[in-house]
Design a binder for this molecule. Structure first.
Ligand SMILES: C[S@@+](CC[C@H](N)C(=O)[O-])C[C@H]1O[C@@H](n2cnc3c(N)ncnc32)[C@H](O)[C@@H]1O
Length: 294
């Protein structure tokens, strides 16, 4: 049953505000940075097959901080290469922030940025309509597969674009995280399947296993301080609750039973640890790396 509650993504400005607060209250980007600087370099070293020009596609790049962090490692592994970077991002606000970041950062001359203000499926349609045959060496989808209708089909399309030795990198919340537990219990009430699939890397692994696609995976420990969610009327707590439930104004509009159940589960040991008066939610991420088809 589709949720009757209104999804947070209908209000881009509130979504971006709650996402920003989530980044402040969590170790999300720190744990991604640890992955980018410690594990990703070896993955990047294996792409490109010795070419002097690499094609990269970022799907759902947001404001680009993580993309640029990855480029610095790419550059270290492939000094002297030039890069063609397709940025696929439907939010004009995010795309604008990405462009500002690029304009402020020195040393990016080796990258050509192609801005695609569109969703992954619009990009796929356009790619097919234009019969583009360009292949990609590195494609990443970081925290975005929640927002496509059919994550399995999206992965198949982008995997088909990979050149020899190309890699597709997917990062989502881990199936073992608090998110995974929350969605196990409340997927039907919270997730509007038209807009968000509430998928974890556990779900993606099941899809890939059923198709016989091989992959490598990693778990990235991450936390989120959700203490404010338990103070009635706390503005930031309400924003975080919107982000956690993906429901616009969850605290105001959720039926009382759902609200009580969700708040109870969020502080339950399945989802969080409580220490020194703080409630620390398990925000562990999962990484999946898929090879090219050939
Ligand atoms: C949670 S943010 C992640 C941003 C960035 N990758 C990061 O990790 O900081 C999800 C991003 O996916 C974008 N997005 C939403 N629906 C999308 C779709 N159908 N196709 C591509 N991107 C989408 C959003 O605009 C947002 O920038």
């Amino acid at each position: 049953m589709a949720s009757p509650l209104r999804s947070l993504v209908y209000d881009d400005s509130r979504y971006q505000k709650s996402f920003q607060l989530f980044l402040e209250r969590s170790s999300e980007h720190q744990c991604m940075q640890d992955f980018i600087h410690n594990i990703l370099p070896d993955i990047l070293a294996s792409i490109g097959d010795g070419k002097s020009h690499l094609n990269v596609i970022g799907v759902g790049s947001g404001a680009g901080e993580i993309d640029l962090e990855m480029f610095s490692e790419l550059r270290l592994k492939h000094p002297g290469v030039t890069v063609d970077n397709e940025v696929v991002e439907p939010s004009s606000q995010q795309l604008h922030s990405y462009k500002v970041l690029v304009s402020q950062k020195l040393g990016l001359d080796y990258i050509t940025f192609n801005w695609n203000k569109m969703t992954a499926s619009e990009f796929e349609e356009q790619w097919k309509a234009k019969k583009i045959t360009k292949k990609a060496d590195f494609i990443h989808m970081i925290q975005m597969l929640y927002y496509v209708k059919d994550p399995g089909a999206t992965i198949s399309f982008f995997q088909s674009l990979l050149d020899k030795n190309g890699k597709l990198l997917i990062i989502l919340v881990s199936g073992e995280s608090g998110w995974g537990k929350l969605w196990q219990k409340y997927r039907n009430q919270l997730c509007n399947s038209e807009l968000s699939q509430c998928v974890t890397t556990g779900d993606i692994k099941s899809i890939l296993d059923s198709k016989g696609v091989s992959y490598k995976s990693y778990e990235l420990p991450s936390q989120m301080d959700i203490t404010e969610c338990f103070t009635e009327g706390d503005e930031k707590g309400e924003l975080l609750l919107d982000f956690l439930t993906e429901v616009l104004d969850f605290n105001k509009v959720a039926p009382p039973e759902l609200k009580t159940g969700v708040l109870e589960l969020l502080r339950h040991p399945d989802c969080s640890v409580q220490s020194e008066g703080k409630v620390i939610f398990n925000n562990n991420l999962g990484v999946i790396v898929i090879d090219s088809l050939n």
